[in-house]
Design a protein around this ligand. Structure first.
Ligand SMILES: Cc1cc2nc3c(=O)[nH]c(=O)nc-3n(C[C@H](O)[C@H](O)[C@H](O)COP(=O)(O)OP(=O)(O)OC[C@H]3O[C@@H](n4cnc5c(N)ncnc54)[C@H](O)[C@@H]3O)c2cc1C
Length: 415
């Protein structure tokens, strides 16, 4: 008989292990802990400590998510760094066109005095959430990837290298290439767009006036998003081979290609830091939950950034999951049982698939140079531009304030 027990005893126990200290994992942990301080939460991340501080990107955060961040006591720390998006314009033209006719303009308020979105540097968002997690007593363990999972009676064993933590619930917020999703045997529907999003920050001579621009070019959308000062964050879609060529190109060639798309309306452009490219695709998990496991954020759905909604969908997951878990804990129910987690799945799956399909259709409709489609697009955009009701609908969508029953946190309310 072997001395090694068949079921090694856990080195630690926790109520919840959250895997992934990206925004979704952080918000989920903070939201649950703020409402139910008695729950013991361990937050683990594969990346070594300090990697998050090197992220130079920024994200468009919708008004609903800001209501939640305010309620979670983090928005005050982020606000200084955030730039409100006051207006948005949409154009549809060819790359070298000297003038890009504007087909659609939005004035950007969700409610009077509440911009529909803000641009926030990722470091500011991540830093504020980490600070709040520390205040609430949520331990974050860096350099600790989940390497295996196993079912236990009424628990899940989460392997972190040599250590095993036994928990009642594992939240997999480990990104679009989620290993935990694979370990749990959850399959996905995946489409590779063959496109990459080049993300780069530029400084320009003249102020942007809080204006966001989306230029539909034949290779895909080219988005200009306002940052603090005379700076903008760009998300520039190209076929992957072309994106790689641009990143390898000489600095001057890159800047010339950039100028051709951006134009000179804001004066001379200077690239800040190194541009990076991210492969784009649509990945939808077939199930969001299994007994004792819930997927959240990109682990459940990776979508095209054409509408700047990926992270906002993830925030909705975090808010809905936190509400379901906290309600279950208060009622004395098992927080990791399948019937509890199915409430979360039912709440989030339809909205997610709807957004995934919408971004997929938009990308296919706009990332091409087909003459007929171009005419139909221009006609459609100008119709929307003349319809105040349609515009209000778009603003409500972009604010994250429409689309089914909203979790309480996204209305700025306590759970
Ligand atoms: C080019 C581009 C532009 C975008 N712009 C916007 C935008 O403007 N607005 C918006 O809303 N969204 C935007 N998005 C989408 C947004 O970036 C993602 O939806 C968001 O980052 C997902 O957050 P997450 O926490 O789910 O995953 P991630 O941010 O990917 O975090 C996953 C975390 O899990 C950790 N991890 C991985 N494996 C393990 C493991 N085995 N164990 C433990 N930890 C693990 C990783 O280290 C990481 O910290 C954009 C995306 C792209 C590609």
């Amino acid at each position: 008989m072997s001395d090694t027990p068949a079921t090694p005893s856990p080195s630690r126990q926790a109520d919840i292990v959250v895997a992934g200290a990206g925004y979704v994992g952080l918000v989920t942990a903070v939201a649950i802990k703020q409402a139910a301080p008695e729950l013991d939460i361990l937050l683990v991340d594969a990346a070594p400590d300090g990697v998050w501080e090197r992220d130079t990107r920024a994200s468009a955060i919708a008004a609903a998510a800001i209501r939640m961040l305010t309620h979670l006591g983090t928005w005050e720390a982020i606000r200084e760094e955030a730039e409100p998006i006051r207006e948005m314009i949409v154009t549809d033209s060819k790359t070298g066109d000297p003038v890009r006719p504007v087909f659609l303009t939005f004035g950007g308020e969700a409610e009077p005095g509440e911009p529909f979105a803000h641009m926030v540097p990722n470091v500011a968002l991540n830093g504020a959430l980490r600070q709040r997690a520390a205040e609430l007593g949520v331990a974050i363990r860096a350099g600790a990837p989940v390497t295996g999972i196993a079912e236990r009676p009424a628990a899940i064993a989460v392997e972190l290298g040599q250590e095993t933590v036994e928990a009642r619930l594992l939240v997999a917020a480990d990104g679009v290439r989620s290993k935990i999703r694979d370990m749990a045997g959850i399959r996905t529907v995946h489409t590779d767009y063959g496109q990459s999003g080049i993300v780069v920050t530029v400084h320009h001579e003249r102020p942007h006036g809080g204006r966001a621009e989306e230029h539909f070019l034949p290779a895909g959308p080219f988005a200009i998003l306002p940052l603090k000062g005379n700076r903008s964050s760009l998300v520039w879609t190209e076929p992957t081979a072309e994106a790689e060529r641009l990143l390898r190109a000489d600095e001057m060639v890159f800047e010339l290609e950039l100028e051709q798309r951006f134009g000179l309306k804001l004066g001379r452009l200077t690239v800040e830091g190194r541009p990076r490219a991210f492969p784009l695709g649509l990945t939808l998990a077939r199930d969001f939950v299994k007994p004792r496991i819930a997927l959240a954020g990109d682990a459940a759905h990776g979508i095209h950034p054409i509408a700047g909604q990926g992270l906002n969908l993830g925030f909705k997951d975090a808010a809905a999951l936190a509400e379901v878990v906290v309600d279950a804990a208060r009622l004395g129910r098992d927080i990791g049982a399948l019937d509890t987690l199915e409430l979360y799945q039912r709440w989030r799956r339809f909205d997610t698939v709807q957004m995934g399909v919408t971004t997929d259709v938009l990308n296919r409709l706009f990332s091409n140079d087909n003459g007929l489609l171009r005419t139909v697009r221009s006609f459609g955009l100008s119709l929307v531009d003349r319809a105040p009701f349609a515009k209000r609908h778009f603003i409500a969508q972009a604010s994250g304030l429409s689309g089914g029953a909203s979790p309480r946190l996204l209305r700025g309310e306590a759970i």
